[in-house]
Design a protein around this ligand. Structure first.
Ligand code: AMP
Length: 394
């Protein structure tokens, strides 16, 4: 799945429209509380400017305005922040399509222009062809650099590609390189760490990775449904009763595929979901107790398997890491991955990325995927419409 990137196309003197992901968190005063997504968009923007693009037109959604103009969800604070980070004036427009917008772009002094929130128009999420055409009419070349929305076929991610030469930006290129390679052609052994709250969210991913990985380590809340399917005691731990059969079938499939599955075998348990509650480490979970983290024996077993890996994909924390008292297992796994040499370590999925960030190990991983839903669908083996629609490398 080799897609053309912005490096494979001549952009000199061209108007380049880039779909970025500026869906940033804002506080009540409309201040941006985390500008990572804006920073991450800079390499593609500065490259386009350096290569002599005549205009760089940026477009994004922000929040859920539900098809109408919502003053609090205008992209104005993003424009001001971008201006600071880029060190260059950014023209912020108050809409994203129409003749007036096209004229403003043509007459602008600024090289960088940010269009208004795409989702103020219902046509964006409907992938309306006329709306996509109007967006396309603003530019000569389309670049998709918004991995977080690449799993959605919207006008700005899929529809627009019918009207313009379409290539990937550097962020999407990186996601394809790491997530794509891990799933399609990993350096082996390929080990997957699976955690998080629910089995139901991850069934398709486990099924897809069963045929591709060498070992799957299962921790977190989802482990208890698997343990239940093996007849183990799980006390009051998280259980999806309607998924016990599915869990059992997955384990049988893994056995047939000769994929090693390791499920947590000792646990940090508490009587209630509170760090002041009684806490102990057990192998057999007593009635009235619930598992909130993997225990020391499991941590060691997981690390032993990880020590042989050449590629690791981690999706979902192995404990309730948000609470420091239950974070040790997730922390040890993160630290172990951070210390591995010559191993491709990929963190895919919003919550494991948050965990790695909490332990300040972001820079120690090979790749942290930027899109929660999109990286999950990638790992499920699904085609992402926003990537599939880009031009293939010849
Ligand atoms: P996910 O979005 O599926 O990756 O789930 C992440 C959530 O799973 C985090 O908020 C964790 O607190 C939660 N989680 C991890 N381990 C457990 C557990 N043993 N019991 C309940 N929830 C858990």
């Amino acid at each position: 799945m080799d897609k053309k990137t912005i490096k494979d196309i001549n952009i000199k003197d061209k108007k380049v429209i880039i779909r970025v992901d500026y869906n940033v968190p804002l506080d009540k005063e409309l201040k941006i509380t985390d500008d990572r997504r804006i920073k991450e968009s800079l390499p593609t923007i500065t490259y386009a400017l350096k290569e002599g693009a005549r205009k760089v037109i940026l477009m994004s959604h922000l929040g859920r305005p539900q098809d109408k103009v919502v003053e609090e969800l205008r992209l104005t604070p993003v424009a001001r922040k971008l201006e600071k980070l880029l060190g260059e004036k950014v023209l912020k427009l108050d809409d994203c399509v129409g003749d007036a917008i096209r004229q403003k772009i043509e007459c602008s002094q600024e090289r960088v222009i940010l269009l208004e929130n795409l989702r103020f128009h219902k046509e964006e999420e409907k992938n309306d062809s006329n709306f996509a055409k109007s967006l396309a009419s603003l530019a000569d070349i389309y670049v998709n650099d918004a991995f977080g929305t690449a799993h959605r076929a919207h006008a700005s991610t899929a529809g627009i590609t019918k009207f313009l030469p379409s290539v990937a930006g550097f962020l999407i290129e990186k996601e394809i390189e790491y997530l794509g390679k891990a799933v399609e052609n990993p350096h082996r052994p390929f080990v997957v760490i699976m955690g998080g709250a629910k089995v139901s969210d991850k069934i398709t991913m486990i099924e897809n990775l069963l045929s591709k990985s060498d070992a799957i380590l299962i921790g977190g809340g989802m482990a208890y449904t698997f343990l239940k399917s093996q007849g183990k005691n799980i006390g009051t731990s998280k259980l999806e009763a309607d998924k016990v059969d599915v869990a059992r079938t997955l384990l049988e499939k893994a056995k047939k595929a000769k994929v090693k599955i390791e499920i947590s075998s000792d646990f940090v348990v508490v009587t209630k979901f509170d760090s002041s509650a009684d806490m102990k480490i057990v192998k057999d979970i007593p009635d009235g107790w619930m598992g909130v983290d993997i225990g020391p024996e499991t941590r060691k077993r997981f690390k032993d398997t990880l020590s042989m890996a050449k590629t690791v994909v981690w999706n979902g924390p192995v404990g309730v890491f948000e609470n420091d008292a239950f974070a040790q297992g997730t922390k040890e796994i993160a630290e172990y991955l951070a210390g591995l040499k010559g191993v491709t370590t990929i963190v895919g999925g919003g919550d494991s990325a948050a965990a790695v960030s909490k332990f300040k190990l972001d820079n120690k991983m090979t790749h942290i995927s930027t899109g929660g839903g999109a990286s999950l669908e990638f790992l499920e083996g699904k085609e992402l419409p926003g990537i599939a629609a880009l031009q293939d490398k010849k």
